[in-house]
Design a protein around this ligand. Sequence first.
Ligand code: HEM
Ligand SMILES: [Ca+2]
Ligand SMILES: [Ca+2]
Length: 313
Amino acid sequence: DQTENSFEGLSYNYYEKTCPKVEEIVRSSLSPMFVLDPTSPAALLRLMFHDCQVQGCDASILIEPSGDQHQQFTELDSAKNFGIRKRELIGEIKTSLETECPKQVSCSDIIILAARDAVALTGGPLIAVPLGRKDSLSTPSKHVADSELPPSTADVDSILSLFAGKAMTVEESVAIMGAHTLGVTHCNNVLSRFENENATSANMDPRFQTFLRVVCPEFSPSSKTAEATFVPNDQTSVIFDTAYYDDAIAGRGNLRIDSEIGADPRTRQFVEAFAADQDRFFNAFASAFVKLSSYKVLTGDNGVVRSVCDKVD
Ligand code: HEM
Ligand SMILES: [Ca+2]
Ligand SMILES: [Ca+2]
């Protein structure tokens, strides 16, 4: 039974003695935040991916550049972190936890719990997550973030090798992309897709292409207008459901990967299976989520519990 064992040095009862109410506190902090802004679950789910992808799940993405670092470019300056929002919510949850159990709960565990609740509170599965991550003492450079985060034009080959590196099966890789059942894509990312012929033509419904062209007219991908306009990631973008897979089959994916996943012979069978069977999607998503969120974690003396999430003590 996985819930009694450890996973990558993490455990399912890590805060049992030091902060037994941690999961309740995180959930009850988030519920009103999600009511206030129903787009925040998407932001927190993506935040988890982008933290874990760069130097592992260590809350590096929360650190604000200060002092010497202020002159340099940091993780957040990578263009691939465009659209990252709601980092401050993690700090607000941390403040509540510091009152209840000072210096116990790491910012990196809060990121994972927030992402897990983002899924559960929008209609997805309640995923049991192992805890015990420590926070980093450093923030990676812009250069590291540029090389570790996938480009918005990623294709099936690149995502399968990315997730294979985290021990995911093809089924789990297709399931974790189902995170795009929540949230939005800004026009700058849609337009960079149109700049690449292979990326545009693959599995795109012509009417959907017209829709994207109307919502994202032909201005430069780097223009302020492109960065201020967006399209929903699926037809139900505040609900965690299987609509993303219906769209992928029908050629209504915003990003290259969202379309190609529905056509590629390696992934299509799973896209169809998930579109038809929500339980199967939820189960595969849950196991993929645990793998993604346990990637290169710091445990024991390899990291710290920061007292404020956006600063290295
Ligand atoms: C590996 C291939 C992936 C690529 C190329 C990719 C790319 C992108 C891009 C370009 C956006 C749009 C950002 C914007 O314009 O604001 C986006 C949004 C999003 N991504 Fe991904 N993504 C990938 C995987 C993932 C994974 C593994 C997760 C989570 C487990 C995830 C969760 C999200 C969410 C929830 C949003 C919506 C964010 C919001 O509304 O604020 N993505 N992704
Ligand atoms: Ca990180
Ligand atoms: Ca949805």
